[in-house]
Design a protein around this ligand. Structure first.
Ligand SMILES: Cc1cc2nc3c(=O)[nH]c(=O)nc-3n(C[C@H](O)[C@H](O)[C@H](O)COP(=O)(O)OP(=O)(O)OC[C@H]3O[C@@H](n4cnc5c(N)ncnc54)[C@H](O)[C@@H]3O)c2cc1C
Length: 342
């Protein structure tokens, strides 16, 4: 039997984003299988429609004027695994909910993803910005990403190296990878315990813990720490950290560290230093909890912007510009936003 495609017109995207913001998608469809997804891309090609792929909408700022073309919400699901000695290769469909997937790996005793607990969104988006938290980046655990190339109209299996992972970055964010739709991701996990608790907050949390914490204890710790640092995205409009921590030259960092005593910086090689933007926003710019109208920085974490209700994408952008200007004025650092803008 032929597959019947359901494509809606004029769909508001606000309820599909955790910011609760966004205009109308000209066309909107849900892909629950690879077959439906490829048929939708064929439809888009025939009708000359640009394709945009949506996961959980937790890293997106959709413009008030909406999105032209076809928005495909990826809901491809399935989880399979293969054990090779102590290695477990777990493949998850791009539309699987990320945190439910992480919980499953913890319950199975497959080590690797526990530090990335409680991050909203889908599996398919994790390679896009190389999702990271508490000392772990997903790119280091990725074995393969299966994609559909809109340009070449074919399926491609990409290795970790092909993905060119960087800090909150990958090939998928560049011109070379913008036409790639993630269908599934294979993570290389381990049955051997490998607790990663060196990151400051986790190290403090476990400082009085006797013995090695279990995977579930690490997950619970991350969930608890995050609940104090991030607003509940089911209650407040937010996309999590709105700005990336900037990476600057060592010379620039040394100059700033003289001016602002205690400025945290982490050398990341190539003569560059990743600087804590949260610290700059708090101590240098005094923007913690700042608010204009219905937009503000979160009182517990200045990197996080909040839509307190009824804010538009322009309100968020304008507020972000004032933050950007203030940081530049004080530090000569040009900060970049983390969420994708549509
Ligand atoms: C409260 C909160 C806390 C957060 N904490 C963190 C954190 O600690 N670390 C972190 O890294 N991020 C964090 N985020 C950001 C966000 O949750 C992640 O980036 C997440 O992976 C985005 O997933 P998503 O499915 O919602 O993607 P979406 O927002 O739907 O999409 C984001 C981008 O990915 C693209 N995309 C999505 N799915 C696919 C696909 N299948 N194929 C191709 N492109 C695709 C979209 O086109 C878009 O460009 C946080 C967000 C919130 C709201």
């Amino acid at each position: 039997m032929d597959t019947v495609l359901k494509i809606d017109q004029e769909v508001s995207l606000a309820s599909y984003t955790t910011f609760g913001i966004g205009g109308i998608a000209e066309y909107f469809a849900i892909a629950s299988s690879e077959e439906v997804l490829t048929l939708l891309t064929e439809y888009a090609r025939e009708h000359d429609l640009r394709v945009s792929v949506l996961g959980g909408g937790s890293n997106l700022l959709v413009s008030d004027s909406g999105v032209k073309g076809l928005v495909i919400k990826n809901e491809i699901k399935d989880i399979t695994h293969k054990v090779e000695n102590e290695k477990v290769l777990v493949t998850a469909g791009a539309g699987e909910e990320w945190d439910a997937f992480v919980l499953r790996t913890v319950e199975e005793g497959w080590w690797g993803l526990e530090n990335l607990s409680a991050i909203p969104g889908t599996v398919g988006a994790t390679p896009i910005q190389n999702v990271g938290a508490y000392g772990v980046e997903v790119g280091n655990l990725i074995e393969e990403v299966k994609v559909y190339s809109l340009r070449e109209q074919k399926f491609i299996a990409m290795t970790k190296d092909d993905c060119r992972f960087g800090y909150r970055d990958s090939i998928f964010k560049s011109e070379a990878g913008k036409d790639l739709i993630v269908l599934s991701v294979t993570y290389s996990l381990s049955t051997t315990p490998n607790p990663q608790i060196h990151y400051k907050d986790l190290a403090e949390y476990f400082s009085n813990h006797s013995g090695t914490p279990s995977q579930l204890e690490i997950r619970d710790a991350v969930v608890e720490i995050r609940s104090k640092k991030f607003p509940d995205w089911k209650k407040f409009g937010t996309a999590g950290s709105f700005f990336k921590n900037p990476v600057i030259s060592t010379a620039h960092f040394n100059e700033l560290a003289k001016q602002y005593e205690g400025l945290p910086g982490y050398p990341i090689g190539d003569g560059t230093v990743k600087v804590s933007l949260g610290w700059i926003l708090d101590k240098v710019c005094e923007l913690r909890g700042a608010r204009t109208g219905q937009v503000g920085t979160y009182e517990n974490q200045s990197l996080v912007l909040i839509n307190y209700g009824g804010a538009t994408a322009s309100d968020i952008s304008n507020f972000a510009e004032t933050v950007k200007d203030k940081v530049f004025e004080k530090t000569k650092i040009l900060i970049e936003m983390e969420p994708t803008r549509w």
